[in-house]
Design a protein around this ligand. Structure first.
Ligand code: SF4
Length: 509
């Protein structure tokens, strides 16, 4: 294909040099202090460094930095190495991930960790400091033929994390082009660019790219640009600087152009300045200037905004980037039942069941739930849920015993989910048929530390709120029942009245 017009390119090597220098100087001065950055800068072992960056990149997909920090610290404390993560169960991973959303990320991370070579047992024998933690180093049970784990030594990738972006992407499940580029540039110093949402925004503004930024043609151009711009001697820092700029200065709605270290290279900003200059010239009756030869926007440039959505002066630099309209999320309804009982110490307990190991919220725990067909009336919902609970528990459940709590809405990335919440108190030890799904009773505290989704936490909250209202209502009715009729003496029976009270007290004849 023909090269894009100069307006959308970085073709001057001296401009690229200046931009790199300005951006890196700003980054050195202004970068946020983040735990994964500290690890990437201080960890001498390349595999551990790559692992630390990898975990952060996966957590940061779709999630804000402020939310990720606590999860990241807990994760790295629990599984400081790939070897440690490879030994973790999906249950443990889901428990730690609970609340971070997009649960398949944690699952894929753990699956990928198991592909990377690690030695559990034999490694401890050769190098006691590499002991897995469950082996009492320096005596390695594998050497005595007693270590069951030694039979699980994984050798698929031959002893090391892949060392280039291409190999990382090819060999590790769940590692795409962006994550591979980030790990390789930050951990190994490979001079390769990265393109994420922040970089797309910055580059589209720097070079006035207004075509749909999610289209393959634009994405390819942005990758070319990122690879051309990346600093050869500090690629990891450069990539992080570009992303940091997008996250803190060149933000989506109100970019801080006045503080931007690369504003002199920004064509979106130049366009805004030109418009302001034209407007003031017009005010003073001066003729409109001749269009800049660098200006694009004529004909059918594949990187300019489409003719149907031209530059909008009121938006300024935020004319860029542009995205195709988002697909509306699918609407779904699910009936869910909070089954409750009093445990042996009188504490309230809830029955939770585990979801299948694949698909949405794989392996997470939830209250017994059932997807509802569209258009069911409340009575029908109640009936199908009662049938479902009956089938699962193997004991009769009357639809009329289910208590409607209300509706809880949770929006997943692509599903607008409504949970119709019911509750049902039970006696005795009910479990679901293990052939259908594992289940267990948990206290409220155990519920919150289990691998449950945010949506289920909302469901429990709705239920507790309703119970709270009930108990307030109960107390109020009791008070009402126990209240004395107006004018009645507040004196307890059998208490002697004062003369004054005696004279004021109502008399019955
Ligand atoms: Fe973004 Fe403004 Fe900087 Fe351009 S000058 S890159 S629009 S912050």
């Amino acid at each position: 294909p023909a090269p894009p017009p100069a307006q959308h390119l970085f073709s001057d090597p001296s401009e690229i040099d200046t931009l790199r220098g300005n951006l890196l100087a700003w980054y050195d001065k202004s970068k946020r202090d983040l735990p994964w950055r500290t690890l990437a800068a201080t960890e001498p072992d390349a595999d551990r460094r790559a692992y630390a960056v990898w975990v952060s990149e996966i957590m940061l997909q779709q999630t804000q930095v402020a939310t990720v920090i606590d999860y990241y610290n807990r994760w790295m404390q629990k599984w400081p190495t790939l070897q440690a993560l490879a030994q973790a169960s999906l249950e443990e991973v889901n428990e730690l991930w609970a609340g971070l959303g997009y649960y398949s990320r944690g699952k894929r991370l753990q699956e990928a960790a198991r592909k990377v070579p690690w030695c559990w047992g034999v490694g401890a024998f050769l190098d006691p400091s590499a002991a897995c933690g469950s082996v009492l180093a320096p005596v390695c049970l594998a050497s005595l033929g007693l270590c069951a784990a030694a039979t699980r030594v994984v050798t698929e990738l031959g002893g090391q994390m892949p060392r280039t972006a291409e190999e990382l992407q090819k060999l590790l499940p769940g590692v795409g082009r962006y994550t591979a580029g980030a790990i390789a540039s930050i951990s190994y110093g490979q001079a390769t660019g990265v393109v994420d949402g922040n970089v797309i925004r910055v580059l589209c503004r720097l070079r006035c790219i207004g075509a749909d930024s999610s289209s393959p043609a634009v994405i390819d151009r942005l990758w070319d640009m990122a690879n051309a711009l990346v600093d050869r001697s500090r690629p990891g820092d450069f990539n992080q600087a570009l992303m940091e700029l997008g996250a803190t200065v060149c933000v989506p709605k109100a970019p801080l152009c006045g503080e931007c270290p690369v504003r002199q290279h920004c064509r979106a900003r130049r366009r805004v300045e030109k418009e302001l200059a034209f407007a003031s010239q017009k005010l003073f009756g001066k003729p409109a200037p001749v269009p800049d030869v660098e200006d694009c926007g004529f004909g059918d440039c594949p990187l300019c905004p489409p003719a149907t959505e031209p530059w909008d002066s009121s938006l300024g630099v935020t004319n860029f980037p542009r995205k195709a309209a988002k697909k509306q999320p699918r609407v779904a309804r699910t009936a869910t039942c909070v089954l409750e009982r009093r445990g042996c110490h009188g504490a309230l307990e809830y029955l939770i069941v585990q979801r299948p190991s694949s698909g949405l919220l794989a392996g997470l725990w939830e209250f017994p739930s059932l997807a509802l067909a569209q258009g069911l009336q409340e009575e029908q919902q109640r009936e199908v849920l009662a049938d479902h609970l009956q089938a699962c528990t193997g004991r009769p459940v009357a639809a009329g015993d289910l208590r409607l709590i209300g509706e809880v809405i949770h929006v997943f990335s692509h599903i607008h989910q409504t949970y119709v919440v019911y509750s049902l108190p039970l006696d005795g030890d009910v479990t679901l048929d293990p052939a259908l799904s594992p289940s267990r009773w948990v206290t409220e505290e155990e519920f919150h530390t289990s691998a449950v989704s945010t949506a289920m936490k909302k469901v429990l909250k709705a239920c507790e709120k309703q119970h709270g209202k009930d108990s307030d209502h109960g107390k109020a009715s009791k008070r009402k029942r126990g209240a004395k009729p107006q004018g009645a003496s507040s004196t307890r029976p059998g208490t002697q009245l004062s003369l004054r009270a005696f004279l004021q007290a109502p008399t019955s004849l």
